[in-house]
Design a protein around this ligand. Structure first.
Ligand code: ATP
Ligand code: MG
Length: 180
């Protein structure tokens, strides 16, 4: 029998969803943990254009972290998506296919991809196809609220971050170092 050390790793499909704060930070935490163990990690961020603190830190201090962003700095509204939002999400999906199948990464994180599906920027079928056709040893993580049912069924791990309270309700919003 093959030993554990030589056995090909079984790549996991992990989903972090829910309406509370902590999904993207969880994904960056997972990336950091994986990099510490020698993984080559790629994160693709959908729908967001701002500079995240984790990315600023990674640029300065972290090797083996590759990052692509496909979004504008402005907020995308569910009922008011612009053609550019769709174009960017489609480019993000193409990039995701490329990096997942490149052999250059052990873990690929698709941050906010669930929201891109919910907002109809990309389809459920496209995401399911992407997940089903991934190389068996690549770990992938898909984040964002509103993860759809078939994806949750397909995944090996699903966690839901549930809001109990958020400082936004007290008028405290958008702090560097907390929100981005
Ligand atoms: P974070 O990036 O801090 O881990 P998140 O990825 O879970 O948050 P998103 O759904 O991506 O959260 O929302 C982006 C922003 O909205 C975050 O800056 C977050 O603080 C804020 N946010 C998240 N959940 C809530 C909430 N329940 N009420 C108000 N604002 C929220
Ligand atoms: Mg997020």
């Amino acid at each position: 029998m093959e030993s554990t050390a030589t056995m090909a790793k079984r790549g996991l499909v992990m989903v972090i969803t829910g309406n509370g704060k902590g999904k993207t930070t969880s994904a960056f935490g997972q990336a950091l943990r994986a990099i510490g163990q020698g993984y080559r990690v790629c994160m693709i961020q959908f729908m967001k254009g701002r500079k995240y603190g984790e990315v600023l830190a990674a640029e300065k201090y972290l090797p083996n972290f590759t990052y692509y962003q496909f979004g504008l700095d402005s907020f995308v509204m569910r009922d008011n998506t612009a053609p550019v939002d769709i174009d960017l999400a489609k480019l993000g999906l193409e990039k995701a296919k490329e990096v997942i199948n490149s052999g250059e990464f052990d873990m690929v994180i698709l941050d906010e991809i669930n929201v891109a599906v919910d907002f109809n920027l990309i389809t459920k079928a496209e995401v399911l196809q992407l997940v089903r056709s991934k190389p068996s040893d690549v770990d992938i993580m898909l984040t964002g609220r509103y993860a759809f049912e078939e994806l949750k069924e397909l995944a090996d791990m699903v966690s839901e971050v549930k809001e109990i309270k958020h400082h936004y309700a007290a008028g405290i919003k958008d702090r560097a170092g907390i929100e981005y």
